[in-house]
Design a protein around this ligand. Structure first.
Ligand SMILES: Cc1cc2nc3c(=O)[nH]c(=O)nc-3n(C[C@H](O)[C@H](O)[C@H](O)COP(=O)(O)O)c2cc1C
Length: 203
């Protein structure tokens, strides 16, 4: 385990350190969060769930419109509904997630015109969920592999809302509980180098 050069108290876990190297000394929370497919059967209390969604409430948004919405599935009945639109390869593991949350965004401004930032802002809300969950000792994984039209119909989502990802949320489970194919992929992954994402000045 190491601490960063900036004196943060938090440490990078050994498992993460083996797979992820920061090029600059970011807070360890950015490396330690990684998406899980394995979840413990342990319940996520409402206090914990709403604390995680509270973090998203404070995400920045264009004109402070807060276009994000969260459809929460925590009862067996609600989660089974979600499974009707999640694609089979994702059903295999999301079926064990204690909570599923569909992130939506309202596409329109108050004057009825398009809010061009609705998806960008919903992305900020998702990031807040992922990091707050991690800080509370939980894991998340976003799922884009689901049938949007079916989800819209099953959950009766109005046309002026866009559907983004389903978030699987819970306490990280043992890798061994997954199929062999998923076990192999149950690891913190890497990133391309920072300079491949930065365009200085203009393209
Ligand atoms: C919008 C979005 C959609 C995703 N869809 C899926 C999915 O359908 N199935 C899956 O197993 N993981 C999915 N992921 C998880 C990504 O593969 C994962 O976040 C990425 O590999 C980076 O790994 P990390 O989150 O562990 O850092 C999705 C992530 C995002 C943000």
């Amino acid at each position: 385990m190491t601490t960063t050069q900036t004196g943060y108290q938090a440490v990078i876990t050994q498992e993460v350190e083996a797979h992820r190297k920061a090029e600059y000394p970011v807070h360890p929370v950015f490396l330690n969060r990684w998406s899980s497919r394995a979840f413990e059967a342990k319940e996520v209390t409402n206090e914990t769930l709403y604390t995680i969604l509270e973090a998203a409430r404070w995400a920045p948004s264009s004109s402070n419109l807060q276009p994000w919405r969260f459809i929460v599935a925590k009862t067996e009945e609600q989660k089974q509904k979600f499974q009707t639109f999640i694609k089979p390869n994702n059903q295999l593991w999301t079926v064990h997630a204690p909570v599923l949350v569909l992130i939506l965004s309202h596409k329109l401004r108050q004057d009825g015109e398009l809010n061009g930032a609705h998806a960008f802002d919903a992305g900020a809300a998702w990031a807040s969920i992922a990091f707050q969950a991690h800080l509370l000792g939980l894991a998340t994984r976003a799922v884009g592999g689901y049938e949007k039209d079916k989800a819209r119909e099953v959950l009766q989502v109005p046309a002026d809302y866009e559907l983004h990802a389903v978030i699987a949320l819970g306490y990280r489970g043992a890798r061994e509980t997954l199929s062999a194919e998923f076990q192999e992929r149950e690891l913190p992954n890497g990133r391309r180098s920072l300079n491949e994402s930065i365009i200085e000045g203009s393209f």
